[in-house]
Design a protein around this ligand. Structure first.
Ligand SMILES: O=C(O)CCC(=O)C(=O)O
Length: 295
């Protein structure tokens, strides 16, 4: 569907101005959309998993564990395939207003793709380098949107997501080095083409929802505070978007229709998209391990 066709459907959660802003700029941050009960549930489950990680020595299918992790000092970079970790995470994804926000941005028929909970630890210096999401998991069109919920307040010094306005309408970059190896990041040469000075920080209080289109150039700086920055991320697309390569982080719910009906006709956008590695052969850790060549 075109943005005009999506906007012709009545809004469910977002205002019409917020939807138009997302289509014009490629991202959005909005406070006050997620009722407190959902946020409390998300925080409680997150805290339980951090506690559980104390008994884990290294990364596994649940956790992406940082090098400084110890039982008395948990250091979890990612909670992987979030919706598979606990039924409440899937309820947040499919029953909360989040899926209605997705419908406001991709159209009434909404498909779930993937999810994770990213933590960013103080003092780690961990950054997420500039990238677009779609080259890692290409779809037949560019409707996919990542919706995030900040579990805590995220001011500018705490490593919020940072986006380049309008970059979703620009080139789709090959996220590889000059030998062709996957890096999960836009090369320095390609970065020179991007208006980095226009970057905007998606700051917000706990419960803020962020929306980032799959073509939008984004990243995040180091967390300069003494508090962890957790953000739960859920990817949705229009039901008529289909993946055409093995996906890097499948979940048991990937492909589920969370609003509306399944598509009977695929929407094929003619804009070419780079081909990622075959994740079913190469395996995939996380964007963090890819960008740090830990693959
Ligand atoms: O957690 C972050 O800071 C950034 C995450 C991100 O951009 C991604 O996983 O694609």
């Amino acid at each position: 569907m075109t943005p005009e066709a999506i906007l012709a459907h009545p809004p469910r959660v977002l205002s019409q101005a917020q939807r138009a802003r997302y289509f014009a700029r490629g991202f959005l941050a909005a406070e006050g959309l997620i009722p407190d009960e959902w946020l409390a549930l998300l925080r409680a489950r997150s805290a339980e998993f951090i506690d559980k990680s104390r008994g884990v020595a290294g990364s596994n299918e649940e956790f992406d564990i940082g090098p400084e992790h110890r039982p008395d000092h948990p250091y979890v970079r990612r909670l992987r395939a979030l919706v598979d970790r606990h039924p409440d995470f899937w309820r947040i994804c499919s029953e909360s207003p989040l899926a209605d926000i997705a419908a406001d941005l991709v159209g009434p028929d909404v498909k779930f793709h993937s999810s994770k909970l990213n933590y960013k630890y103080p003092g780690s210096g961990e950054i997420v380098d500039w990238h677009q999401d779609i080259p890692a998991w290409p779809h037949t069109n560019y409707s996919p949107v990542t919706l995030g919920i900040y579990l805590e307040d995220v001011p500018v010094e705490q490593g919020p997501l940072t986006c380049i306005p309008g970059s979703h309408q620009g080139p789709i970059f090959v996220h590889r080095d000059d030998k062709g190896a996957w890096t999960g990041a836009i090369s320095k040469t390609d970065q020179a083409e991007i208006a980095m000075g226009a970057a905007e920080d998606l700051t917000g209080v706990a419960g803020t929802v962020i929306a980032i289109n799959c073509r939008t150039v984004h990243g995040s700086r180091a967390n300069a505070t003494n508090r962890v920055r957790p953000v739960a991320l859920f990817v949705y697309s229009s039901a008529d978007a289909f993946t055409w390569m093995p996906i890097p982080t499948p979940t048991r719910y990937t492909g589920e229709i969370v609003r509306g009906a399944p598509a009977t006709v695929a929407h094929l956008d003619p804009t070419p998209c780079p081909v990622p590695p075959d994740w079913s052969k190469q395996g995939y850790g996380s964007i963090f391990t890819a960008q740090n060549a830990e693959l």
